[in-house]
Design a protein around this ligand. Structure first.
Ligand SMILES: Nc1ncnc2c1ncn2[C@@H]1O[C@H](COP(=O)(O)OP(=O)(O)OP(=O)(O)O)[C@@H](O)[C@H]1O
Ligand SMILES: [Zn+2]
Length: 668
């Protein structure tokens, strides 16, 4: 910073000054030899240019500065002189006094950042603020959501409230403050929440729980406050918190006694929820796929006390979702959405929308102007197992092993009475699988019987068994099958009470996904004896399934060879082609009755008939059934010959269809 006295001229012009004695400088000035000068007060230095153009530099002692200035001013030859008083700017001096503090804070931030898992989040949390909370008024309506009729019905009330809060308030109606949507990823929870806002025409504030947690200390809680403030000023409105489990986990259950930041955020959310009431016209909708780990405080009355399941769609639902997403796409006339819905058991809405999108991409790439059935079939395979890897080169020997392996699955499955029909076999590598056999259940199932599980076990082991039988050498290809078979057998013993020796009891088995502290208490809820008994029973189930697969494959070795030849030739066989090859196979009889009753004798009385079954029977049969004499009871037994073995068992609902069936039998 220059303190300019008089006018500033070009000082010195860049020539290097010659060092001169102070006395010389004084005398030069006195003799009017100096043209201009620059005084640097702080350094007690003077730089001068003589009338001859020489440049000198000299230092003076403290106090001489004023004298110099006086002399310069008095001198007649001096055209200009300049005093420079270098002074630290306010900013610089502040910087220096706060520098230690700044360094400390920087180190602290750095450490915090490291603790939060690295990255440069601290540096850009200003940025993330912008995208963290999004606000819009969605255009979507309930008609964009298919296959979730029950959820929509439940949300109807919320929509009506948001459309006219005053009406509900004047009636003193109790409206839930919070609605929790839970279900697997991609089932349309976000879509539903947006549809409520769209239907009611209210603003939709959205934030994701994991974003909260990723943020920097103390910010999470204040963001929650912001969010509620904003929503309240724009009420009626919806606040949508996706992945609420990220903040709403059981408090104090994290590693090392809990995550402070998360807890603060959660507490703030609870405070906000308690603080607003129906009058505010704000409704909180949260989504999670882990409702089990939520802090119970969140689920208490007055908070998320309305809970709605959003599950994988059933066949009708899948068809509906497919039609929603087919809208606006050029679908070829040969496309039958019914067939596609049937083939996609276990798919979520997101998967199905992917199928149509993949179909559109494939068609565009292939230069077609319509999406046809064949393309959609290919799209299903892609969504199910990743894109076909045509480039992967497989040796002929490996191809043969894979063909026998897949053939083993298919043949065993076909020979068993309860396995799902084979839909397709391929030895084309896809995703992580080297080949797969796809079987499709006839209908969505919510209960799986013991006999069905036994058949599934044998089918799972069919691939490995074929390798053993044909090559006398198993490969790594069966690892995934073995994994699945083991967990199924283990579940049968420890979850579904299907072991005769252990009875209908549950044993925590660590098979369920471990979470929080629970994992530990899970591992041992029973004695060593029980543990080894469980192992023995699991082993028995697997062994008997293995034996069964072996028997079937030995019996139909010729059919297996035939199938393999065809597979090596065509790589993919359709259902019809497979059925033709399997022509000689006779289905095995139903398996022997379940002995798990112990001393208890099963009733020989058949179950009641459903109205549909009654309608199918002639009037004579009904009469006989109703008459109650010995003869009719024998008749009834014949009408239901498998009375004592088709014992329906504790169901795995929903995903059972996928478990046993349509998932690729992976050979990785
Ligand atoms: N029931 C449905 N009807 C129509 N489309 C659906 C349905 N479910 C999902 N989709 C499609 O899948 C996409 C993803 O669904 P969405 O994001 O709503 O799932 P989500 O349950 O919120 O998933 P996540 O738990 O991963 O957040 C939607 O944008 C929509 O295209
Ligand atoms: Zn396999």
């Amino acid at each position: 910073m220059f303190l300019v006295v008089y006018q500033v001229t070009d000082l010195g012009g860049g020539a290097d000054p010659v060092k001169a004695d102070t006395s010389r400088v004084f005398s030069l000035i006195e003799q009017d030899q100096v043209r201009d000068a620059q005084i640097v007060d702080k350094e007690q230095r003077i730089e001068l240019t003589t009338v001859d153009g020489d440049v000198y530099e000299a230092y003076w002692v403290n106090g001489q500065g004023a004298e110099l200035a006086e002399q310069l001013q008095a001198s007649e030859s001096v055209e200009a002189y300049d005093v420079e008083v270098p002074q630290d700017s306010v900013f610089v001096s502040l910087l220096f006094s706060f520098l230690p503090l700044i360094i400390i804070i920087a180190i602290f931030l750095f450490i915090m950042n490291q603790m939060q898992g690295g990255g440069s989040r601290v540096m850009n949390f200003g940025k993330s603020k912008a995208k963290l909370i999004t606000k819009d008024t969605p255009k979507s309506t309930f008609s964009d959501v298919a296959g979730a009729d029950e959820a929509i019905e439940e949300l109807q009330e919320i929509k009506e409230f948001l459309q006219n809060p005053a009406k509900f308030q004047s009636m003193g109606a109790k409206i839930p403050k919070g609605v929790l949507l839970y279900g697997p990823p991609g089932t349309g929870k976000t879509l539903l929440a947006r549809a409520v806002a769209g239907e009611a025409g209210v603003p939709f504030y959205s934030i994701s729980g994991s974003d909260f947690v990723e943020m920097f200390v103390g910010v999470g809680a204040s963001r929650v406050r912001d969010l509620f403030e904003q929503a309240k000023t724009n009420a009626p409105a919806i606040i949508f918190v996706d992945e609420i489990d990220a903040v709403g986990r059981h408090r104090g259950a994290g590693m090392g006694g809990g995550h402070d930041e998360r807890e603060q955020t959660l507490n703030q959310m609870l405070v906000e929820m308690d603080g607003f009431d129906v009058k505010s016209g704000v409704i909180l909708i949260a989504a999670t796929n882990r409702p089990d780990i939520l802090d119970p405080a969140l689920l208490r009355p007055g908070r998320f006390d309305r809970q709605i399941v959003v599950d994988r769609p059933d066949m009708e639902g899948r068809k509906g979702i497919l039609s929603v997403h087919a809208k606006g796409k050029p679908i070829a006339p040969d496309v039958d959405l019914d067939v596609i819905a049937r083939r996609t058991a276990g798919f979520t809405g997101a998967d199905l929308s992917n199928v149509l999108n993949e179909g559109a991409l494939l068609s565009a790439r292939g230069g077609r102007n319509q999406i046809d059935m064949e393309t959609l079939e290919e799209a299903i395979d892609r969504v199910m197992a990743g894109p076909e890897r045509k480039t992967r080169v497989m040796s002929d020997a490996e191809k043969k092993v894979i063909a026998y392996h897949e053939g083993g699955h298919a043949l065993v499955g076909h020979a068993l009475p309860n396995a799902d029909p084979v839909h397709k076999i391929t030895i084309l590598p896809r995703g992580r699988a080297l080949g797969y056999t796809m079987s499709v259940p006839m209908e969505d199932k919510f209960l799986t019987s013991r006999s069905e599980m036994m058949d599934q076990l044998a089918m799972m082991l069919g691939g490995r068994t074929a390798e053993e039988l044909v090559f006398h050498e198993p490969t790594t290809g069966a690892a995934n099958d073995i994994d699945k078979a083991t967990s199924l057998a283990r579940n049968m013993v420890t979850e579904y009470g299907m072991s005769e020796r252990l009875g209908a009891r549950k044993f925590g088995n660590g098979n369920t996904e471990p979470f929080l502290g629970r994992e530990m208490s899970h591992s041992r809820e029973y004695s060593e004896e029980i543990a080894s008994l469980i192992d023995e029973e699991v082993r028995r189930l697997i062994e008997s399934a293995h034996d069964e697969a072996w028997e079937i494959l030995v019996e139909y070795r010729e059919v297996l060879d035939d199938l393999v030849l065809n597979l090596l030739d065509k790589e993919t066989l359709s259902k019809e082609e497979v059925l033709e090859i399997f022509e000689p196979i006779r289905k095995r009889p139903s398996r022997g009755s379940y002995k798990g009753y112990g001393k208890r004798l099963p009733s020989d009385k058949p179950p009641v008939l459903t109205p549909k079954e009654l309608a199918l029977m002639g009037p004579k049969d009904v009469q006989e059934l109703g008459s109650g004499n010995g003869q009719s009871s024998r008749h009834a037994q014949q009408a239901w010959p498998e009375a004592d073995e088709s014992e329906a068992t504790g169901g795995r609902n929903g995903d059972s269809g996928r478990e046993g069936g349509s998932e690729p039998e992976d050979r990785d």
